[in-house]
Design a protein around this ligand. Structure first.
Ligand SMILES: *Cc1c(COP(=O)(O)O)cnc(C)c1O
Length: 226
């Protein structure tokens, strides 16, 4: 089941890339395994998947302990500052930096461990009340602020688009995130890269890939409903 789903998702990503002239190698699939048991994650690993996304620190750490060391973990959910120390140095990428204070905490922890911590800035493109993230117009200033902090490395932007029936309704938000990244990139801010765009979930990842996503986060489409 999981392996068939993975194949289907990858085929959809490839087809979307083909439609817009992109190389499928430039799109990374993060399998979102939150709430899912170890056995299903092992099925995905068996099928060749090596990158998983979790949104809770405790759950992620529990899973890290029992799964192989070569698995790459991405933190995709809202991160509390007092929990940064539990994942710093253990995750490949934190997608969800949504405040300057959190960035500062990550920078402090990076210095403490003498490491660099790669992150994305979460942008609330659709200005949803219920969501975390910088507003579009705040993001450049946030980049400038964070660029002065040692140890934290901004690699790009992330967004969670609204829940919609029709994925096409989210295309405008993906376009907006892409344009924002191009705009910030053009400012050449020290230590800030806009290479990665984490956007698209089960309902809308195909549209997100068409609009330039370099990372898609797919849960239900791989592991079934939660
Ligand atoms: C749960 C979650 C996903 C995956 O959602 P699906 O609709 O199951 O694919 C992606 N991104 C974030 C931030 C999530 O919390």
């Amino acid at each position: 089941m999981v392996s068939e789903n993975l194949e289907q998702v990858k085929a959809n990503i490839e087809a979307a890339c083909k439609r817009v002239g992109r190389d499928p190698k430039d799109v990374r699939l993060v399998a979102v395994s939150k709430t899912k048991p170890i056995s299903l994650i092992e099925e995905a690993i068996e099928a060749g998947q090596d990158t998983f996304g979790e949104n809770k620190v405790q759950e992620m750490c529990d899973k890290m302990e029992v799964l192989p060391d070569n698995i790459k973990w991405h933190m995709i959910g809202h991160l509390q500052r007092n929990k940064v120390k539990y994942i710093a140095g253990k995750v490949e990428l934190i997608h969800s930096v949504d405040s300057i204070r959190l960035a500062k905490q990550i920078s402090d922890e990076a210095q403490k461990q003498s490491i660099e911590i790669p992150v994305l800035l979460e942008v609330n493109v659709a200005r949803e009340e219920s969501k975390f993230g910088f507003f579009t117009e705040e993001t450049e200033d946030a980049c400038r602020e964070i660029s002065k902090m040692p140890g934290i490395r901004v690699k790009g932007l992330m967004t969670s688009a609204p829940f919609v029936e029709n994925a096409e309704d989210n295309r405008k938000y993906f376009k907006k995130l892409y344009e924002l990244a191009v705009d910030i990139q053009s400012k050449n801010i020290d230590n800030i890269s806009m290479r990665e765009l984490s956007m698209g979930m089960t309902g809308d990842y195909v549209v997100a890939v068409e609009e330039g996503a370099t990372i898609v986060r797919v849960g239900t489409g791989i592991f079934g409903s939660r």
